[in-house]
Write a protein that binds this ligand. Structure first.
Ligand code: ARG
Length: 464
């Protein structure tokens, strides 16, 4: 009655230190439902294909129900399984013996932990990735709701973090929503490759007993089967895809977080985070720190690290199962939990923050209308490159006189170039509203173009 499932030809127990490195129960306990689900399907298939009796199948099915209840209870009570087995597959099989007796000894017929573990992980992902999907859509909805109610706010747009052009605040929010929407689509696209059942691949060669893999896969809810047993036990491509996806999604969240961190600094003051989504300092009573956003920004690095780390594990591995692959689950759970938390914190932060439209407005300066002045000249027939230069001269002149573009006397403009128009025409350029309203073409920051984006995104969100 050795602890391992596989101890038959061994004289001694593995060393303690090897066990510490080898045992994965602390991590893969999280797969217990999927492991039991897979075993239910496997036993049923063994029975339907004539390899185990109706009674044995019944004992196994009932036993698995009991094992599931036991494990649930133990996790509720202790937060973990107090068991000396090396992994969740061993725990389930060993505990089944308690309830199903000798029938339990037939469960692993023609199955390997190689196809079993691969199946469990895919089932877990199929069950849980939809939570990331909903959290992403929730975040997009929050951005969209704000964007729909904050049309009026005009704020500086930055490139190189230097004041660039006035934009609608909604346009900024939507810029993040669009990237996240692509993440949703990318997540959906992974499902097709994820939803392939590896069970029946055995350790490497396939299943020596005749079984109906299509029926088995269907009973577990998979859309397809893995088409080659060696590919099935080797491939972690769905995880590589997932990790790279989480890291891209992390990058999007990091950019959003960084923007808001900057906007919430006192120097900008465009955004004020709610109490719920900011933290204080143990020393400085006045502090309101954007820790949540900073952790999101940091998480992007960790997600990327896990994506790279996992690909490094695969690089150089020979075909089929090698124990290196065991860490797929540690990284999966870690990245999954991290990203899910980040999505929720981002949504909460954005839903509850205040936007200070006065501050946004006062951060705009007339220099940001330099491009508009150039465009005004272009509309009067001046070639753009020359217009750019002429406005540059006006900026230089204003700086010499110690005024901004708006307060540069009309006469100065007229001297530089008569195409600046009449005094009234020139004055009409100096309006934030007029400025943003020029950008009506698709994807621009004018009200109509912003509303169009909102309609598009809403329609997409409402698609079934
Ligand atoms: N705990 C192992 C894993 O998750 C199960 C597969 C073990 N297979 C083996 N041949 N040792 O990867």
């Amino acid at each position: 009655n050795r602890y391992q499932l596989w101890g038959g030809c061994f004289e001694e127990e593995p060393s303690r230190v090897l066990r510490r490195l080898n045992d994965s129960l602390a991590v893969d306990t999280r797969l217990f439902r999927e492991d039991i689900q897979g075993s239910r399907g496997w036993a049923a298939e063994l029975h339907q294909s004539g390899h185990i009796s109706v009674e044995d199948n019944k004992s196994i099915q009932e036993g698995l129900n009991m094992v599931e209840k036991d494990i649930e209870q133990e996790i509720i009570q202790h937060g973990r399984l107090n068991d000396s087995e090396e992994d969740i597959h061993s725990v389930v099989e060993r505990r089944l013996f308690k309830y199903a007796g000798d029938a339990a000894l037939r469960l692993h017929t023609a199955r390997s932990r190689n196809d079993q573990s691969a199946t469990d992980t895919r089932l877990w992902m199929l069950r849980n990735l939809p939570k990331l999907h909903s959290a992403l859509k929730e975040l997009i909805t929050v951005l969209l709701n704000r964007a729909s109610s904050e049309f009026e706010i005009i704020t500086p747009g930055y490139t190189h973090l230097q004041r660039a052009q006035p934009i609608r605040w909604s346009h900024f929010l939507l810029s993040h929503a669009w990237g996240l929407r692509d993440d949703v689509i990318r997540l959906e696209e992974q499902k097709k490759r994820l939803s392939r059942c590896p069970l029946g691949s055995g350790a490497i060669a396939g299943c020596a007993l005749t079984i109906d893999r299509t029926r088995l896969a269907g009973s577990l809810g998979f859309e397809e089967l893995t088409p080659n047993s060696m590919f099935a036990v080797s491939s972690r491509d769905h995880l590589v895809e997932f990790f790279n996806w989480t890291s891209l999604c992390g990058l999007h969240l990091s950019r959003l977080a960084e923007d808001l961190i900057i906007y919430s600094s006192q120097e900008f003051g465009i955004v004020r985070l709610s109490d719920q989504f900011s933290t204080g300092s143990s020393l400085m009573p006045q502090k309101r720190n954007p820790d949540g956003l900073e952790l999101i920004r940091g998480a992007a690095g960790l997600l990327l690290g896990d994506a790279v780390g996992f690909s490094c594990i695969l690089k150089g591995l020979p075909s089929t199962y090698n124990k290196d692959l065991q860490s797929d689950k540690e990284l999966l759970f870690r990245s999954y939990d991290r990203l899910l938390d980040c999505l929720k914190v981002a949504a909460g932060t954005i839903a509850t923050m205040d936007v200070n439209s006065e501050r946004a407005l006062s951060a705009l300066d007339p220099g940001m209308l330099a491009t508009d002045l150039a465009h005004a000249l272009v509309r009067r027939g001046v070639p753009f490159r020359r217009a750019h230069h002429l406005v540059g001269s006006a900026l230089k002149r204003a700086s010499t006189l110690g005024v901004d573009l708006r307060h540069l006397p009309y006469q100065e403009y007229h001297t530089i170039c008569p195409e600046f128009g009449t005094e009234e025409e020139l004055a009409s350029v100096f309006s934030w509203e007029t400025s943003v309203e020029q950008y009506t073409s698709l994807g621009g920051t004018a009200l109509s173009a912003v509303k169009h984006q909102i309609e598009k995104l809403r329609a997409w969100l409402e698609e079934p």
